[in-house]
Design a protein around this ligand. Structure first.
Ligand code: ACM
Ligand code: ZN
Length: 754
């Protein structure tokens, strides 16, 4: 067959590849494709889509057979044709430069037809996905050339099927979608305290008992003691995958160029297996521990048997062995674990965990496989060939990468899909904080990373923990559209990402998914805002936006509620004093969501000195909880709905006890801070707030003491202003003391002084 690429196009392709590699800006062209391609060169004219759509393929017999097996699921109805086919697909070594070869493709549309060229079948598959999105709902295509390849080789979605069980059909449905967004890994979290989900020869109790329970809802079940029952118990909820199920899922994924990475959790998150094989725990009793006994050789025999089966079933080069959140409590008290520590000369319980991970790694390395573990495997010494999945922060992954280990970024404050995705008051119960679509999309690596470290960051992944996700519909609601943002973070070079463009494309994609019968979150109905503080000009620029597109934002500034006749928001507000804003989304005359009530103050404490009492200092163990550090509460920047968005300052176990020096004596009449409550991750309102004033910094007068309102304290999620308002008093120093209850987190974003 004729080479589908003219010499001009080949040269163009190479030049574009070079451009992409040099991070040069491209012309502002956008196509309706997620993830956005790296390079788009428009040409003149359009191409009518004929009926039927014919294709020809130049590739190996095996690759063609795989493509033909996939095509019934492809959105465009393609029929095989001859050399004059409308779409010509070529897979050939050397067709693309090395830097694009692994998964890249070139898509050429001119007046004669469409050509897709790639060096691998995966690249051709991705070219087809781009074509399908371009052609959706169209009768003609724009002429253009796209040259494309991913930023990261690893682009994953994680599914927890332990806490709630999801059928193989559900798993395959999600694989189909993520592959359309050019994601290439499914991390299958097969074992955890909620149930064991993989049939293992020789260990029948894992799937006869440890996969079944009553009641179905995980939270209800675990609060009720978390006991398993046998499969034949009436009303038992649960399930597991047989070998045939696994093979079906693997083949389905393979045809979509998705590698399925199985996870077998150890040494923690193992209470389900210890319920049925209690001899593997330190106590020897079921329901006493979530961690296996590492002093017991039988534990290793068990996991080696399980991993033998996993290796037999799964072709994935990587096997995930968990490693997260293992308590040391039982190991400390266990003679067998303590003997292991002595005999192996290990560094305490951290060393004991590291011993297990390294021993399991060695076992899998001998079978030609490598391990991935959660970032806790950095504690006690990292196993030599391990890849780190960094969930608690981005820093842990960077630390691993700087040691020469590969790392995958799954930071919980960006990529955890069990978190709220919108104002929690409007959402079904979720785990803790809020990762909006914009939060997910905003992820990037620090630009100070050295290239030799950055090359070890091999990718990104969204994690769908299922404690709060009881049904398949709800899983889709949590996954989509946020996984589209992860797909674009993982594929598109940062200089080609564009928030506004993504917003438009995601709206279209959500409607498309609904037409396919999926259950995506239909995008937020709330007005969203951002604030930029201009210290030089002593003002705050307030911008409004929305996830929805197209949509109108209408607002008032006089304390009334917005109506369809209220002014339309078109540009940011500049606030030099105080702005009392009410804003709402409208679809024509129809109001959506809630009214955003937002007070913005360029207040007296902005940019002033703040000092913390020793027992009133903020929490420093997590950068996001410092709100940027010492000026976090006097920087004019207000937080959103999530305590992890970088604008909320956390206090634990301390009180918040800070004194602001206003620089000179001035009259004050209001001192206020907003506190957040989200009970599931232990974030609570303060018991009380005391506000003091002083003119000399020595003698302070109590202006007011305000207890938290009990009706707010009773709520799962609340945002409450606490402080003092009164007749003006002269003050230079303001002391703000929020009283903490033991062992909880306090979060506030700004101490507003007026
Ligand atoms: C994790 O979220 N414990 C990995
Ligand atoms: Zn033990």
């Amino acid at each position: 067959m004729r080479n589908p690429f003219t010499r001009r196009n080949l040269l163009l392709t190479a030049a574009l590849a070079l451009l992409a590699a040099c991070d040069a800006p491209r012309t502002a062209v956008e196509v309706e494709v997620i993830p956005q391609p790296q390079s788009i060169t428009p040409a003149r004219g359009t191409l009518l889509l004929p009926s039927p759509l014919t294709f020809s393929a130049s590739m190996s017999q095996q690759d063609l057979a795989d493509l033909l097996a996939y095509l019934p699921a492809y959105p465009l109805p393609l029929q095989q044709g001859g050399d004059d086919a409308f779409l010509r697909i070529t897979v050939s070594d050397g067709l693309l430069p090395d830097s694009l070869a692994a998964e890249g493709y070139c898509l050429d549309i001119d007046r004669r037809g469409v050509r897709i060229g790639a060096a691998t079948p995966a690249g051709a598959f991705y070219g087809l996905q781009t074509l399908a999105q371009l052609a959706r709902g169209k009768t003609e295509l724009p002429c253009l050339t796209i040259t494309d390849a991913p930023r990261f080789p690893y682009r994953g979605l994680h599914l927890d099927v332990s806490r709630h069980f999801f059928s193989k059909e559900h798993v395959m449905r999600q694989i189909d979608r993520i592959a359309a967004y050019k994601m290439n890994r499914l991390h299958w979290h097969l074992t955890d305290g909620g149930g064991w989900r993989l049939e293992i020869p020789g260990y029948p109790e894992l799937t006869r008992v440890a996969a079944w329970r009553k009641p179905a809802n995980y939270l209800e079940w675990s609060r009720g003691g978390g006991r398993f029952c046998s499969q034949d118990t009436e009303g038992a909820y649960g399930g597991y995958y047989t070998e045939a199920d696994v093979r079906e899922v693997l083949e389905y994924a393979r045809l979509r160029h998705v590698t399925v990475i199985p996870e077998i959790e150890m040494p923690g998150h193992s209470s389900e297996l210890l319920a049925v094989y209690p001899q593997l725990s330190c106590t020897g009793k079921p329901y006493t521990s979530g961690e296996v006994c590492i002093g017991n050789e039988e534990t290793f025999r068990f996991f080696e048997d399980v991993l033998d089966e996993v290796v037999r079933l799964f072709p994935s080069h990587y096997i995930h062995i968990g490693g997260d959140e293992a308590s040391r409590r039982h190991w400390r008290a266990c003679p067998k674990c303590q003997r292991r520590i002595r005999e192996e000369g290990l560094d305490g319980e951290d060393g004991l965990q590291a011993y297990m991970i390294a021993r399991i790694e060695k076992y899998l390395n001998a079978k030609g496989r490598d391990i991935i573990g959660w970032d806790e495997i950095l504690q006690g010494g990292l196993a030599p060939n391990a890849t780190v999945m960094s969930w608690r922060s981005t820093e842990a992954g960077i630390h691993a990468a700087s040691m020469g280990h590969d790392a995958i970024m799954t930071p919980e404050d960006y990529f955890y899909l069990d978190r709220y995705q919108d104002d929690p008051e409007t959402q079904p119960l979720a785990f803790g904080s809020t990762n909006t679509l914009a939060t997910v999309y905003s992820f990037d690596l620090p630009d100070t990373l050295r290239p030799e470290v950055e090359k070890h960051i091999i990718g990104v992944q969204g994690n769908t923990w299922a404690e709060y996700i009881p049904t398949p519909e709800h899983a889709e609601y949590m996954i989509y559209p946020r996984v589209m943002a992860i797909a674009e973070v993982g594929w598109t070079q940062p200089q080609h990402k564009d928030t506004e463009s993504f917003r438009r494309r995601v709206n279209r994609e959500v409607r498309y998914m609904q037409s396919l019968g999926y259950h995506p979150f239909p995008l937020s109905e709330q007005v969203q805002y951002s604030q930029e503080v201009d210290y030089d000009n002593r003002c705050i620029h307030l911008s409004l936006t929305s996830e929805r597109y197209p949509i109108d934002i209408r607002y008032t500034t006089d304390g009334t509620e917005p109506t369809p006749a209220s002014p339309l928001y078109t540009q940011p507000f500049t606030v030099t004093d105080s702005l009392i804003l009410a804003a709402r989304l409208f679809e024509g005359d129809k109001p959506l969501g809630k009214v955003l009530h937002l007070r913005t103050d360029y207040h007296k404490a902005i940019g002033q000195t703040i000092t913390y009492a020793p027992r009133g200092h903020y929490y420093i163990a997590k950068a996001a909880y410092t709100a940027g550090g010492i000026y976090g509460l006097v920087d004019g920047k207000r937080g959103g709905k999530s305590y992890a968005d970088g604008y909320w300052q956390g206090f634990c176990p301390n009180d918040l006890d800070a004194t602001i020096d206003l620089g000179q004596v001035t009259d004050i009449h209001r001192v206020m801070a907003c506190f957040m409550q989200v009970k599931s991750p232990n974030v609570f309102l303060p018991a009380r707030v005391d506000v003091y004033a002083s003119v000399d910094g020595k003698e302070f007068t109590l202006l007011g003491s305000t207890p938290r309102p009990e009706e707010e304290a009773a709520k799962e999620v609340a945002y409450v202003d606490l402080g003092w308002t009164g007749a003006p008093v002269p003050a230079r120093y303001v002391r703000f003391h929020a009283v903490q209850e033991k062992g909880q987190f306090l979060f506030t974003d700004e101490i507003v002084v007026q």
